[in-house]
Design a binder for this molecule. Structure first.
Ligand SMILES: NC(=O)c1ccc[n+]([C@@H]2O[C@H](COP(=O)([O-])OP(=O)(O)OC[C@H]3O[C@@H](n4cnc5c(N)ncnc54)[C@H](O)[C@@H]3O)[C@@H](O)[C@H]2O)c1
Ligand SMILES: O=C(O)C1=N[C@H](C(=O)O)CCC1
Length: 265
């Protein structure tokens, strides 16, 4: 049977992730890049380089009416992602969201809207296969080694902290161990924030430094031993097989899936 052709629009096509996504879509004959959504602040931007000849819009509504996309791939920022997702769902365009920063309540609301329309959507805080494995292994390890801390490390242009990946990891760990208050009961932070963000009894620490891309280490402690599970994305190409998969999977779904691990075969 011939595979269905998928019309894709990309929000944030000039960004670090957007540029990689444009290359990935253009390289796959099953996908067609039909539009880019750019920031209204960059209205004058014309498609250049790989974006040459691709229509650019500043609104999801205008783009959807004009080019009739099947899927919106979004790599923008935490301030605009909710509005983009709501617009796409209302217009029957399947969102594939890599942008981090949505709250659990917002994700639940978007899922409700997708189910009402029978529309597929994927939100993945991390599209790298190694990161998915790191999260799954951490969830498994927490059953046996419940004392855990997460250290996530990213480039210094990142807007949200902690990272979407660390939050997803924390949620998975919380599913496989009981809430456990770690550390000394009388411990005192001499400098505010020294112990990191609190989640379900454990801590998440965020490092931001130039030179980094996306990294996370999940550290477990037990009597006389420790375990470290670490993943490193060394470039943004590392996310693209996952984005490609998510675009195709979104076409077959009738609801929202949060986490790429839920669509891996
Ligand atoms: N899920 C993953 O695997 C993954 C991987 C890397 C990054 N991310 C996330 O993707 C997002 C983007 O990261 P980045 O490094 O590419 O950021 P970036 O700052 O390089 O790119 C963001 C782009 O969005 C554009 N933009 C801003 N407002 C817009 C609007 N209203 N409409 C359209 N475009 C708009 C900006 O002009 C910019 O080009 C972040 O939330 C980051 O956390 C996710
Ligand atoms: O570069 C970023 O920003 C990234 N954000 C994701 C997160 O918040 O988990 C992961 C990949 C890189």
């Amino acid at each position: 049977m011939e595979k269905k052709h998928i019309r894709v629009m990309i929000a944030g096509p000039n960004g670090r992730m957007g540029q990689e996504a444009v290359k990935m879509v253009l390289a796959d004959p099953q996908l067609e890049l039909v539009a880019g959504i750019v920031s209204p602040a960059r209205k004058d931007v014309q498609g250049e380089g790989t974006l040459s000849g691709i229509p650019l819009f500043t609104s999801i509504e205008e783009a959807s009416e004009t080019v009739k996309p099947d899927v919106l791939v979004d790599f923008t920022n935490p301030h605009v992602i909710l509005e983009h997702a709501i617009s796409a769902i209302r217009l029957g365009v399947r969102p594939v969201i890599g942008t981090t920063g949505l709250s659990p309540d917002e994700i639940e609301m978007l899922d409700k809207q997708c189910r009402e329309k029978g529309l597929g959507a994927i939100i993945a805080p991390n599209f790298a296969i190694g990161a998915i494995l790191m999260m799954k292994f951490a969830q498994e390890a927490a059953k046996y080694m419940p004392h855990v801390e997460i250290i996530e490390l990213h480039h210094d242009q990142k807007l949200d902290a902690p990272s979407g990946t660390s939050i997803k990891t924390a949620e998975l760990i919380a599913e496989s161990r009981k809430e456990l208050k770690q550390g000394h009961p009388d411990e005192k932070e001499v400098i505010d924030g020294a112990r990191g963000g609190y989640y379900n009894g454990f801590r998440i620490h965020s490092v931001r430094l130039p030179g980094m891309v996306a990294h996370q280490e999940v550290l477990f402690g037990h009597v006389g031993q420790t375990l470290s599970i670490r993943h490193d994305s060394l470039n943004r190409e590392s996310f693209m097989p996952g984005v490609n998969l998510a675009i195709k999977k979104a076409m077959d779904l009738d609801h929202l899936v949060y986490g790429l691990e839920n669509v891996l075969d």
